[in-house]
Design a protein around this ligand. Structure first.
Ligand code: GLY
Length: 409
């Protein structure tokens, strides 16, 4: 029997209750269903999906972004400079290459990555990190494409140019595109873009990139979170004094509600910041974020699109948030020292993956995506209960992390 199955069965025997207990450990029914998660099978499922999808996606100037509700095929949109999702499809291909070592995935990943080298100069928004790191970063790290280094370093320079020392954060959005806010806007999503800066500072880039990433994480930690360790989506800062002017949302249900994917970016982002800095204050903080997130989850561990939307049972889920957190928690389970916490986060991540791979959320046999039932921006009236390319990206990243953790084979 596989070691991870044994440990789960041991735990199963020691768990008494059906619901999560006060330590947020998994209930016995949940554990029984975890034992049915088969990583190798799921990797095969994802590869079969990609084998069918790749021949359909011929236009290199576009990338798959979403599959509308009840449709089966990806809607492709242009790899535009303003399109934050451009890098996720190449990123998925890099992970499939890493999981299988089949050169056909590497060739496909290279083809889909190298079409947007020009985006390295994007300085009109923060999403350059989301765009370039899954594509070029994964190519460098997983595909040994060392020639991507300069592209990544230029990308980091572009991102760092948005840092404002008066505020202590990177300016996420341009005011022109988001006229509700007049001054310096930082969103919780921005945490993910810091990985590009950390990478660059270790790979020949300016050491200032490290300092900027750390300062951004510190300022965000101080201002972006409520006393219950949940985050607002958008903060507007005074450009001169750096004071917080207001705290709002764009994609959440309400300014004061807890937008699920925002919470996911926080859990993933601060796990990564601790991995990169080793600064214990970030570990202590992300443990609080993760514990709060887990407390808020419904039984199947896939959140509704906002934790505070009324009449939740009538509302859509956001599988993308679950995939992001599953990947983040796998990492966090390797960073915390406490054995119980390691196990708690590992088990919770597996529970999320098991749920996402179940018939309820899987795209297998129904559509061209790995996952269904994500919600991009319900408050803006679009991407409601759809498949989203970034849900698939963080899902396959989680599979890759799990495989590398070696708890599985
Ligand atoms: N970073 C954009 C989003 O989470 O929708």
């Amino acid at each position: 029997m596989k070691p991870f199955l044994i440990s789960l069965l041991i735990c199963l025997a020691s768990c008494q209750s059906w619901t999560k207990n006060k330590n947020n450990e998994l209930d016995s029914k949940a554990l029984a269903s975890i034992a049915s998660f088969d990583l190798d099978e799921e990797i095969k499922n994802c590869e079969a999906q990609l084998n069918r999808v790749v021949p359909k996606l011929k236009d290199l100037t576009k990338h798959p972004r979403l599959i509308e509700t009840n449709e089966t095929e990806w809607k492709e949109i242009s790899n535009g400079r303003l399109v934050w999702t451009s890098g996720f499809y190449p990123g998925i291909l890099w992970y499939m290459y890493d999981l299988t070592k089949d050169p056909k995935w590497k060739n496909e990943a290279i083809k889909r990555t190298e079409v947007f080298e020009d985006f390295k100069t994007i300085n009109e928004h923060h999403d350059i990190g989301f765009m370039m790191f899954p594509a070029y970063g994964n190519g460098f790290i997983l595909g040994n494409k060392k020639e991507y280094k300069d592209i990544l370093l230029t990308s980091a320079k572009s991102l760092a140019s948005r840092y404002d020392p008066n505020v202590g954060t990177i300016r996420s959005w341009s005011n022109k595109m988001h006229p509700r806010w007049q001054q310096h806007i930082t969103i919780i999503d921005n945490m993910l873009n810091l990985e590009l800066l950390f990478w660059a500072s270790k790979n020949g880039g300016d050491q200032r990139y490290y300092d900027i990433a750390v300062k951004h994480a510190e300022t965000t930690m101080a201002n972006h979170f409520r006393p219950d360790y949940t985050s607002w989506h958008v903060i507007e800062y005074d450009t001169l004094s750096g004071d917080v002017l207001n705290r709002h949302t764009k994609q959440g249900y309400a300014d004061d509600s807890r937008w699920s994917r925002g919470q996911a970016w926080g859990v993933y982002g601060y796990s990564m910041v601790y991995r990169e800095t080793g600064d214990k204050k970030f570990l202590d903080f992300v443990v609080k974020l993760a514990d709060r997130y887990l407390e808020l989850l419904p039984e199947d561990y896939v959140p509704y699109w906002d934790f505070d939307v009324p009449n939740k049972e009538m509302e859509e889920r956001d599988a993308s948030a679950a995939a992001i957190v599953a990947s983040g928690l796998l990492e966090l389970s390797t960073l915390v020292q406490d054995k119980n916490k390691q196990k708690q986060y590992y088990d919770a991540a597996i529970r999320m993956l098991e749920s996402l791979s179940s018939d309820k959320y899987s795209g297998v046999g129904k559509a061209d995506s790995f996952l269904l039932h994500s919600t991009g921006a319900k408050s803006l009236g679009h991407e409601i209960d759809v498949a989203l390319i970034y849900a698939d990206y963080y899902y396959i990243e989680a599979l890759d992390r799990l495989k590398k953790m070696g708890t599985y084979n």
